[in-house]
Design a protein around this ligand. Structure first.
Ligand code: PLP
Length: 427
């Protein structure tokens, strides 16, 4: 087995035999490396919070936490996952535009660091829940800033959005501090977009957020205990994209954080990262079931697709572009053919990659869709056609660990209730 087709010396073919396919395979060394690069290069005052949305597996969260990452969560399940993974409540923030009373209650009972509030109406609800529990709720304001910054894959600010409170509304509003007896306003959060691949964009965003946050706190009369500068750092998936240069980013970012830190020595500085922490570590491993041709094109029909990896399929994107994919089961074969790699679903959209350069494929081959550790099964329609969630395996310190059992048909049928109609015509 060459190193090319192994994770930390464990052959991918053997792992696929043992755990079955389709399979999400994570390299713990890659996760550790990402976390340590961030720690070593970015300003020591900047705390990295892992956005569980990108990969909600509890073992991934625990590994990142062991490397210093805190947690940013947006649902009851993510909150419980972070706590069970060992993240201290003082290192958890909860955000999301539609928080329920139950979620707010859980946050306050656990005593998490901050609830990031996204509307005036939510302030009232948090105050009411806190009053009932007899506690003071720590609340950061999510601001939809008046500026939009180009260079992000998906813009989240500077436009009409359901997220946060518009900067103008906030600055026109009478001071909020003291208006709610059970709230302690303590921070400001801004998140401008995802898949940012320009260092300069991140630096410019941060500069403006660090200017905005004290202005908001000053206007509303609260002490700035935390500024959450969002994040949205991207990774390169497609031809023509390049990865962020973390050293270059640090060169632009660190002086800003340093200057801010001097002016605000008691303020925690937070960055939320999902994709950037986990994407590179994951490979989606599928097996070719059938190799066929149609009207002159090659098709490899595999055992996984849209149902586990909607992002790679490109659903929701304007144009279908191919994630990096390669043959994992044989070495040395030249990539001198053109293949469509499709999944098992009964829809023509179920295409993992379109006209990709690959070696001649045959039944039983293993293919790996790389950089697949973020927004995989949890962001895909895993119930479509009833295949369910795939297995997830983490290789850490040279050993493989099953960190998510695959769903079985029994699992998926368990919650259905059979109503047997009377008067069946089939007797
Ligand atoms: C989705 C999201 C994140 C994580 O985004 P990535 O691009 O995966 O890093 C962080 N913060 C907020 C508010 C989000 O909505």
């Amino acid at each position: 087995m060459t190193a090319e087709f192994a994770v930390q010396g464990l052959g991918i073919r053997a792992l696929a035999e043992e755990y079955g396919t389709p399979l999400f395979l994570y390299d713990g060394a890659a996760l550790r490396r990402r976390a340590s690069d961030l720690r070593e290069l970015l300003h020591p005052r900047l705390e990295v919070f892992f956005s569980l949305k990108a990969n909600p597996n509890i073992s991934i969260c625990a590994l990142l936490h062991s490397q210093g990452a805190r947690a940013e969560v947006s649902s009851m399940t993510e909150l419980r996952t972070a706590v069970r993974a060992g993240v201290e409540p003082r290192d958890i923030v909860f955000l999301g535009p539609g928080k329920s009373r139950a979620e707010i209650t859980a946050c306050l009972e656990l005593g998490i660091y901050a609830i990031i509030c996204e509307s005036f109406g939510e302030l009232e609800l948090i105050d009411e829940v806190a009053a009932r529990l007899g506690v003071t709720a720590p609340v950061a304001l999510r601001v939809n800033p008046a500026f939009a910054v180009k260079g992000s894959g998906l813009t989240m600010g500077g436009k009409p959005r359901q997220f946060g409170i518009d900067e103008a509304q906030l600055m026109e509003h009478a001071p909020l501090a003291g208006r709610h007896r059970h709230l302690r306003l303590m921070g400001v959060q801004v998140y401008l977009g995802t898949r940012i691949l320009s260092e300069e964009t991140v630096v410019r965003n941060t500069e403006r957020i660090l200017e905005l946050a004290p202005r908001v706190a000053g206007h509303h009369g609260f002490e700035l205990e935390m500024v959450d500068i969002g994040g949205g750092l991207g990774v390169a998936y497609f031809d023509g994209e390049r990865d962020l240069d973390l050293a270059l980013l640090a060169k632009g970012l660190n002086p800003l954080l340093d200057a801010f830190g001097e002016r605000h020595p008691g303020t925690r500085l937070v960055m939320e990262l999902g994709r950037y922490l986990v994407a590179e570590s994951g490979t989606y491993v599928v097996r070719v079931r059938y190799a066929k041709t149609s009207l002159g094109e090659n098709f490899a029909v595999t055992d996984g697709g849209t149902n586990h990896h909607m992002a790679a399929v490109g659903i929701g994107s304007f144009v279908k572009r191919n994630y990096p994919i390669r043959l994992l089961s044989r070495t040395g074969a030249p990539a001198d053919e053109t293949w469509n790699v499709t999944g098992p679903l009964c829809t023509p959209n179920d295409t993992l990659c379109k006209r990709a350069a690959l070696p001649a494929l045959r039944e039983g081959d293993l293919l790996g869709v790389e950089r697949s550790g973020a927004y995989g099964p949890s962001a895909s329609p895993v119930l479509f056609l009833g295949h369910g969630h795939p297995a997830e395996v983490l290789v850490d310190e040279g050993r493989a660990h099953l960190i998510r059992e695959p769903d079985t048909a029994d699992d998926l049928m368990r919650k259905q209730r059979l109503h047997r109609p009377s008067g069946s015509v089939t007797g």
